[in-house]
Design a binder for this molecule. Structure first.
Ligand code: NAD
Ligand code: GDD
Length: 332
């Protein structure tokens, strides 16, 4: 008999891709979210609209399933998460703690929590040539305010449910994920999508604004690697927190150059250091991931940016065509 899973956050970026991945692997999938996907449709067998800040909705969400992939969160890039500590921390605390308890009560086989590289201490990320972050670096704790603090706390809650009750949990620390079908506009977008959007809207030879001085570094993971990693970690026997990211470190200026190359444009950069910048450098140490899975994300940034840029460029073009058609229609 096929396995069943619930994916919360199925109306969002990674959740939407995970639904498709699990369906392809023969799962019966229930998608749950506050909203339907912003782009395209969901591949879920059933899609339930629910607010997972409500315990009742969490209980309904997990009914009768084998595995729970809890990806729902109030989430965005550094501009969003650094500007709304109270609401993000409250919303995510309610979702994470109650989904864990509901899944435990329902006696599901496994529960996966989507944590973040934002759990790591700020002082280990204060130079661009950062030392890759190991899982044990998270303590002594000094996580990203709000969003990162909740992720770290919920990881511990998962650990306690496993140690005290034998409930199988997984905590996965995603490092900046990008790809098609992700938010690219409106304030919640992360750097790769924001830069693709800006390049797509700018003519060859034009200038785009970049937050910071461009020297800050990150590693970026393509979404196909992310969902593959989520699935592999869920099937493994490892319950402690695990990094899930690439260790291909790039600075933001270099990221812009790669996007411009993919777009086939010459792009000039205007740096704006008044904008949110987050940590100065962040990279993933994948030693434990390799030990546990014998696998790690392998899609290079240059490759992953190609489908990502093409998709965002098409969205930008479509939006522009609609905007151009609107005054014509009004005049007719
Ligand atoms: P996303 O914003 O695209 O998806 C999150 C989804 O959760 C959204 O569709 C949203 O509507 C839903 N949601 C929010 N509040 C809800 C509620 N009360 N009830 C039901 N649904 C609710 O984000 P994403 O990039 O797909 O991230 C998925 C998970 O991965 C999140 O837990 C996020 O914190 C984590 N994560 C993502 C990244 C990344 O780079 N994308 C990095 C680290 C961690
Ligand atoms: N968002 C954004 N938009 N960032 C930009 C832009 C832009 O137009 N231009 C340059 N940047 C810079 C930011 O200043 C930051 O230094 C870097 O690009 C990365 O920004 P984000 O992608 O927004 O976030 P982050 O890497 O600091 O944190 C993200 O990743 C975590 C996991 O690794 C966030 O999305 C977190 O929510 C997530 O958990």
């Amino acid at each position: 008999m096929s396995k069943s899973a619930v994916v919360t956050g199925a109306g969002g970026f990674i959740g939407g891709h995970l639904v498709t991945y699990l369906r392809r692997h023969g799962y019966h999938v229930r998608g749950v979210d506050l909203k339907y996907p912003d782009f395209g449709h969901s591949d879920a067998d059933e899609f339930v609209l629910a607010d997972l800040r409500s315990f009742e909705d969490c209980r309904e969400a997990v009914k009768g399933v084998d595995e729970v992939y809890n990806l729902a969160a109030d989430m965005g890039g550094i501009g969003y998460i650094s500007g709304a500590h109270a609401s993000i921390t409250f919303n995510n605390t309610m979702i994470s703690a109650q989904m864990l308890k509901a899944a435990f009560d329902a006696k599901v086989e496994r529960f996966l929590f989507s944590s973040s590289a934002c759990v790591y201490p700020q002082h280990l990320q204060d130079v661009p040539s950062v030392i890759p972050l190991k899982e044990e670096d998270a303590f002594p704790a000094a996580p990203e305010e709000g969003y990162g603090l909740e992720k770290l706390y919920t990881e511990k809650l998962c650990q306690y449910f496993t140690e005290d009750y034998g409930f199988p949990t997984r905590s996965v620390r995603f490092h900046n994920v990008y790809g098609p079908l992700g938010t690219y506009d409106g304030g919640k977008e992360k750097a790769p999508a924001a830069i693709c959007r800006k390049v797509a809207r700018t003519p060859d030879g034009g200038t785009i604004d970049i937050w910071g001085d461009g020297q800050q570094t990150r590693s970026f993971m393509y979404v196909d690697d992310c969902v593959e990693g989520i699935y592999r970690i869920m099937q493994s026997d490892h319950y402690g927190p695990l990094n899930l990211g690439t260790d291909e470190l790039v600075n933001i200026s270099g990221l812009v150059d790669l996007v411009a190359e993919v777009a086939g444009k010459t792009i000039h950069k205007a740096f704006d250091t008044s904008k949110p910048q987050g940590v100065r450098g962040r990279n993933s140490d994948n030693n434990r991931l390799r030990e546990v899975l014998g696998w790690e994300p392998g899609i290079h940034l240059r490759e992953g940016l190609k489908p990502t840029y093409r998709w965002i460029e098409a969205q930008v073009r479509e939006a522009q065509e609609q905007a151009d058609a609107a005054p014509r229609q009004a005049a007719e």
